[in-house]
Design a protein around this ligand. Sequence first.
Ligand code: GLA
Length: 565
Amino acid sequence: MNDEDAYNDNNTMDRVDDNNSILPPITRRSTMKGLATTGASNFFASSTVTATDNTNQSEGSDKTLVDTPPMGWNSWNTFYCDIDAGLIKDTTDAMVENGMKEVGYEYICIDDCWMASERDANGDLQPDPETFPNGIGAVADYVRKRGLKLGIYQSAGTTTCEGLPGSLGYEEKDAQSFADWGVDYLKYDNCGEHCGLSAIERYTRMHKALEATDRDILLSICEWGDNDPWMWAPEAGGNLWRTTGDIKPLWSAKENLWGNGIIDIIDQNEPLAEYAGPGHWNDPDMLVVGVDLPEYPNLTEVEDRTHFGMWAMMAAPLIAGNDIRNISKNTHDILTNEELIEINQDPAGNQAIRIQRTTGQDGLSRSVWTKKLANGDRAVELLNCSDRRTTITTSAQEVGLDEASCYVARNLWNGTNWQTAGLISAAVPPHGLAVFRVSCGNSDNTKPLAIVLLSANEETVAPGEALSQTVRFTNYSSIAVNNVRTSFNSPGGWESESTTTTFNDIAAGPAVLGVSDAQNDAETDWMIRPSKDAMPQECELGVTAEYADRMSIEESFTVNIEYQS
Ligand code: GLA
């Protein structure tokens, strides 16, 4: 019998539930075995790897516990050590009742601090008797009965990061405890003394110990990317591996605050796309969407969307870190955006690649990302890391789609289907992210894609003084448009007038970037003026363009009314 047969022979087992009835067989953990017979040779021969395109690879692969990135919740990002069995049970209930389970969230993970400060006389780990008085097994039962799975935390060192007993030297005992308790997921950290052992040795030990139990327990390697885990983690039995230090609810790192911000992590995770794929994922750390910590600035709603959209694109594990017992509507809408979750859980398992990046004079970047999906569509994201509203443009060709007479770009935040001849463009707010699913051809209910661009997004003016604003309408659809009407939406007291308000014969958009004579745009100048007795204030103003069949698009800008000395 060769290794593959041995694996295939072994890869299912009967499971017995609490009432001793037989449940359907589940697939045995097969990370390395699966890779050894399918993707392993590719995986390590990086010169030939096109792991950013797993589209054809996944079909023949063995099933693993994590064919798609794991989804769940973890206690650390909000609660740190302030955890107990009640919190875990209430969070389980919340996940079932608030719809998160229904859209795919599955693991409820207890992070550091669940254990007592000492092992018992047999050397076994003990749950903290005050916070988990009935043990971890009772919590696992509760979670399982609600149709979810339990995750737990340990460290591949003498202690955990909070100084509690670690698993180094106790791997077999601890793996058996986890299996006995009914744990399904182990986050395995890197704190404590390592006693001269390399990371690969320490993580392999735990992998083997887990394999020796009769339970499938997913292994999440958490060594913060220190030893390039993407090079060895699958071999050491890791289903996913952290690629960075700890995330915090920050846009970018700040000198006086510990931890990484969202864009720091995106930059660190970006070059690792080739290592991600079904059964083995880069882990840029758990989500901080909706996390509210007094010592951190926390993310704005726009930044929360950017964070979630980018994690979905990067095929990252979606492990929520907020208090889901008290979840706001905005946070809930973001975490349960089913079309973005579908992008994240796409069976091809490709991690998005960055195909365009420009850095402005402000030193901040605007970038375009594409992810090839199993059905041939592309998920496309336009990421604006700057502090100014910016129009970002790419094309179907640039994101990797075949030539077609037109394309549909579906906006995954609001479900609008835009028809385009080839270019995909959006005005993206500061720290914002536009997200599209782009496919070849046309479909029902599409709107011709067009944008409005203004000469300035922010202006300062004195009361009664005139201000000019150039409005450019650009048509990206595959049909010419007529009768485009622009209007200036002035609050009371403002005057406005324009050179022209209506355009005709605006040609169809080009198929590719860089065509300068497409004649698919038109411009008009507006003069606007606040009244003489306007008070100093910040005003949000807008321009609307109406076109095609009752289509209307808007662009806004800010004017600060200030007295001038
Ligand atoms: C490390 C990990 C975190 C968290 C803490 C717990 O910092 O990277 O995600 O698990 O330990 O102590």
